[in-house]
Design a protein around this ligand. Structure first.
Ligand code: F6P
Length: 357
């Protein structure tokens, strides 16, 4: 008999349900008896012992369902060791819930912050297996996270739709893509959607280079220009600031996001009409694309295998086209970013895409 706790933490994404289904199916199909404790709304459920007993039927019919059947929330790692508003020691409370329920292990699905807490729980002696979810694909130790490809599809659809209206009106359009501090999502959706300019945090931009590209396109007879801009894109000047200086500057920032600042500057320098489209949380919504369904199911099945073997302290990841187990201490606290010297950036530049550098 295995007593398995499960939770989904941080921002949601597509294929969380597919991944949980994969874990449960693989364990149940082995013939092992299981009790599944689904903690609600991420680590909060573990802290406050808020859970639901789940059975086979809870995992049936959820392969294609977006979101998470367990709910999710952000429980910042930064403050995880601080007592809650009632003085409760959150880490201690999580350990107590785990031991009180006599769990054999905890399956945690999450991104960067989630993995820091998962590693902390491992250090505290809990048996933890994690699965890499995030549309940002910024998790260290895995080449791919589930949710990413689905989000690429949605952001690409958005750029595709902007293309037709941009060409009718001969305007400059900016599509702002999620991704937090990294540019994988913008880079991939930008290339797939045929963006002319792609701005990502890893390659700080020079507004004059952006203007040059727009003018160059006009000179060649293209009436419109499409920019895929990462929500974390940063100018060369801002990239030179210290963290403190940048924070200070942002206190008086007058734009809703970086895309509006870039739009303003393009208008100022070219006199061209610029429109900004922000698909926002639609990028995390809806059902997972087939790639993510397959990928998350495979990761889930492999996590089930680790549980059956009693191998804990790992994230089930994907490296060099193989599913691998990565020690949690290798994953926690590290960010995976786009390498500006990588082949994909060079190839995008060969296609004529400007990165504003
Ligand atoms: O990490 C996933 C993500 O969607 C990021 O791309 C984005 O910056 C952030 O979450 C948005 O967070 P929230 O849903 O808390 O607004």
């Amino acid at each position: 008999m295995k007593r398995i706790g499960m939770l989904t933490s941080g921002g949601d994404c597509q294929a969380l349900n597919a991944a949980m289904r994969g874990v449960v199916k693989s364990v149940l199909n082995s013939g092992e008896q299981v009790e599944i404790y689904g903690f609600l709304d991420g680590y909060k459920g573990l802290i406050y012992s808020n859970f639901r007993m789940l059975t086979w039927s809870d995992f049936s019919g959820i392969l294609t369902k977006g979101g998470t059947i367990l709910g999710s929330s952000r429980t910042p790692f930064k403050t995880i060791k601080d007592p809650d508003e009632n003085g409760l020691d959150k880490v201690d409370a999580m350990l107590q819930t785990y031991h009180k329920l006599r769990l054999d292990c905890l399956v945690v699905l999450g991104g960067n912050g989630t993995h820091k807490t998962a590693n902390l729980l491992r250090q505290e002696g809990l048996n933890v297996v994690t699965l890499p979810k995030t549309i940002d694909n910024d998790l260290y130790g895995t080449d791919m996270t589930f949710g990413f490809q689905s989000a690429v599809d949605i952001a690409t659809d958005c750029i595709d739709m902007i293309h037709t209206t941009a060409s009718s009106h001969g305007r400059v359009f900016i599509v702002e893509v999620m991704g937090h501090k990294v540019g994988y999502l913008t880079l991939n959706a930008g290339i797939a959607g045929g963006a002319d300019i792609i701005l990502i945090p890893e390659i700080p931009y020079d507004i004059d280079k952006i203007v040059d590209k727009i003018n160059e396109r006009n000179a060649k007879g293209s009436r419109f220009t499409i920019l895929a801009v990462a929500e974390g894109a940063i100018s060369k000047e801002d990239a030179k600031l210290s963290k403190k200086e940048y924070k200070e500057k942002m206190k008086n920032y007058k734009y809703p996001s970086v895309s509006y600042e870039i739009a303003d500057k393009i208008l100022e320098k070219t006199g061209k009409e610029v429109r900004v489209t922000v698909p926002g949380h639609t990028q995390r919504g809806g059902s997972p694309c087939p790639y993510d369904r397959v990928f998350a199911s495979r990761l889930g099945a492999e996590a089930g295998k680790l549980i059956l073997k009693g191998e804990y302290g790992f994230m089930v990841g994907y490296r060099n086209r193989e599913i691998v187990k990565v020690p949690l201490e290798e994953v926690a606290g590290k960010l995976k970013m786009v390498d500006p010297k990588s082949a994909i950036i060079k190839e995008a530049k060969m296609l004529g895409i400007s990165f504003g550098d």
